[in-house]
Design a protein around this ligand. Structure first.
Ligand code: E4P
Length: 218
């Protein structure tokens, strides 16, 4: 399973990269705004900084909602760096745009996926990645992990090669459950990735080893 970080923060991207386990980055307009990055020129320049930080794929989201606008934006985004993947929303125009990008050799991440039907459509259109939003589904009292399981089962039966990118991850537990449910990739906040490190028995065990070493070497 691959690990992406879901942020536009250069510091957090660098921290995850330095851990050695980072395979890529996802962003969205809200994450850009959270970092104070506004205006087209600044946003494009920020994508360039992210692409310079990591070797893996970087999802950059279009903000147009019509087919022509999505195509124009996507073409501009892929000029930034070879590791840019165009992030396109799951709408009628979005599906048309994913088909166009696929036919023209441009890789895509279909975002805002909330049902198995949407996942089938994104895969059929040739999306490189599709992003089911686990946390936002859990917020509605349905089950985000069940969605990953269903998509994973359908893709195995049908032989779709679109990669399932579990998004809207809210905890380390989500990461483990998404892995078990068949996600190819998880995109997570840094806090959830670091949360995987935690176990009190590790801390207790390490303290004991160090104390015993000190006793033996007095
Ligand atoms: C995915 O690519 C999205 O950027 C993201 O995971 C959304 O997460 P949120 O529901 O925590 O905003």
């Amino acid at each position: 399973m691959k690990f992406f970080i879901d942020t536009a923060s250069l510091d957090q991207i660098a921290e995850a990269r330095d851990l050695g386990i980072l395979d890529g980055v996802t962003t969205n307009p809200s994450l850009m705004a959270k970092e104070g990055i506004t205006g087209e020129a600044n946003i494009l320049a920020h994508y360039k900084k992210i692409c310079d930080l990591v070797e893996g794929d970087v999802s950059a989201e279009v903000i147009s909602t019509d087919f022509a606008g999505m195509i124009a934006e996507g073409r501009k985004l892929v000029e930034i760096a070879p590791n840019i993947v165009v992030k396109v929303p799951m709408t009628k125009d979005g599906v048309k745009a994913i088909c166009w990008f696929t036919e023209n050799g441009i890789r895509t991440n279909c975002t805002l996926v909330f049902s198995p039907g949407q996942a089938i459509l994104a895969a059929k259109a040739g999306a490189t990645y599709l992003s089911p939003f686990l946390g936002r589904i859990d917020d509605t009292t349905w089950n985000g992990i069940q969605l990953i399981e269903e998509i994973s089962e359908i893709f195995a039966i049908q032989g779709f090669d679109t990669e399932i990118l579990a998004a809207s991850i809210r905890s380390a537990k989500h990461i483990v459950e998404a892995a078990k449910a068949g996600a190819d990739i998880v995109t997570c906040p840094l806090s959830s990735i670091l949360g995987l490190l935690n176990h009190p028995l590790t801390d207790i065990g390490l303290a004991q080893f160090l104390a015993d070493y000190q006793k033996g070497n007095r």
